[in-house]
Design a protein around this ligand. Structure first.
Ligand SMILES: NC(=O)c1ccc[n+]([C@@H]2O[C@H](COP(=O)([O-])OP(=O)(O)OC[C@H]3O[C@@H](n4cnc5c(N)ncnc54)[C@H](O)[C@@H]3O)[C@@H](O)[C@H]2O)c1
Length: 248
C-alpha cells in the first residue's frame, strides 16, 4: 500500500482524490495538509512542519502558495511530490526544477489522457498547416478558478509553438483598436458556472478552419491520473517528470 499525503485535501480535487485513492486499492490517504480545517477521517495539518505520518508520496492540488513549505519538507523527508496545482510563477518553476535535482517531482497542468493526446495532435496540426493558419486557443472553466489562462492552455500553446521553433508570441485576449492580426498565438480564458474544463485549439486559414478540442466532464479524470502518477513516481530517481514520461 502506498501511503499518500494530499495537499489541498479540503478542496474539490481533494475530495475527488480521496475517492480515487479509495477506488484504487493499492494506495491509502494517511493525512492531508490544508489551510482550512477539514473533517475527512485522516489527520489534516495546516502546515507541512506538523506532519508526523510516514508518507510515500505527496499529491498537491492546492495553490502555488503551498509550494515552498511542501518541497522543503519533501526534500528533508525524501518524499516524491506530484504537483497538480496550476498558476506557478516563473520563479516557482525554477525552484521546482532545482528541487527536482534532489527528489522526484511530477508536474503537469492536466492529468487527463485525452488532453495529453490533444497536446500531441496540435503540434502535428501546426506542422502540417504551417504559418498560413492563425492559431487561437480558447479555454473555459468554472467561476471559482483562481488563475488564467489555464495551465493546460499554456501547455497547448507551447506545443503549437514548438512546431514553429518557439518563435511565436502569445497574446492574451484582445481589446480596443487592435489592428490586423499578426503572427501571434491568441489565448482566451472564459469563466462561468461549473464548467469543469474545455480547451479548443482553432487553426483558422483562408476559407477553412480546423478545430481540435477536449471537454472534461468531471474532475474524477484528473484525480485518477494523479493517483496513477503518485504510484508511478515512487522509487524513481530524482528528476522532473511529466505525463509524457509516464505515458511512454
Ligand atoms: N493538473 C490538473 O489536472 C488539474 C485539474 C484540476 C484542477 N487543477 C488545479 O488544482 C488546484 C486546486 O483545484 P480545486 O478545484 O480543487 O480548488 P479548491 O479551491 O476547491 O481547493 C483548493 C484547496 O487547497 C487549499 N489550499 C489553498 N492554499 C493552500 C496552501 N497554501 N496550503 C495548503 N492548502 C491550501 C484550500 O483550502 C482548498 O481546500 C488549482 O490550482 C487547479 O487549477 C489541476
Amino acid at each position: 500500500m502506498i501511503k499518500i499525503l494530499i495537499c489541498g485535501i479540503g478542496g474539490k480535487m481533494g475530495a475527488n482524490l480521496r475517492e480515487a485513492v479509495a477506488d484504487d486499492g493499492q494506495a491509502e490517504v494517511v493525512c492531508g495538509v490544508d489551510i482550512n480545517a477539514v473533517q475527512c477521517g485522516v489527520p489534516v495539518y495546516n502546515s507541512f512542519e506538523n506532519v508526523c505520518q510516514k508518507v510515500d508520496a505527496c499529491i498537491d492540488f492546492s495553490s502555488p502558495a503551498a509550494l515552498h513549505g511542501e518541497l522543503e519538507w519533501a526534500k528533508t523527508q525524501h518524499v516524491p511530490v506530484v504537483l497538480g496545482a496550476t498558476g506557478y510563477s516563473a520563479e516557482d518553476l525554477e525552484y521546482i526544477k532545482q528541487c527536482s535535482e534532489q527528489i522526484p517531482v511530477f508536474k503537469t497542468a492536466n492529468f487527463s489522457l485525452g488532453v495529453n493526446l490533444l497536446i500531441k495532435l496540435v503540434k502535428e496540426a501546426a506542422e502540417t498547416l504551417g504559418e498560413n493558419f492563425d492559431v487561437e486557443i480558447i479555454e473555459k472553466h468554472h467561476r471559482l478558478k483562481a488563475d488564467a489562462p489555464s495551465g493546460t492552455a499554456l501547455m497547448l500553446a507551447e506545443s503549437v509553438n514548438s512546431a514553429f521553433g518557439g518563435k511565436k508570441e502569445l497574446l492574451y485576449g484582445r481589446e480596443g483598436a487592435t489592428g490586423v492580426r499578426g503572427g501571434e498565438i491568441g489565448v482566451h480564458a472564459v469563466r462561468g458556472g461549473t464548467i469543469v474544463g474545455e480547451h479548443e485549439v482553432l487553426f483558422a486559414g483562408a476559407d477553412e478552419i480546423v478545430s481540435i478540442s477536449h471537454s472534461a466532464r468531471s474532475k474524477k479524470v484528473f484525480a485518477v491520473g494523479a493517483v496513477k502518477a503518485a504510484k508511478w513516481i515512487c522509487g524513481k530517481p530524482a528528476g522532473l517528470y511529466s505525463m509524457a514520461d509516464m505515458l511512454e
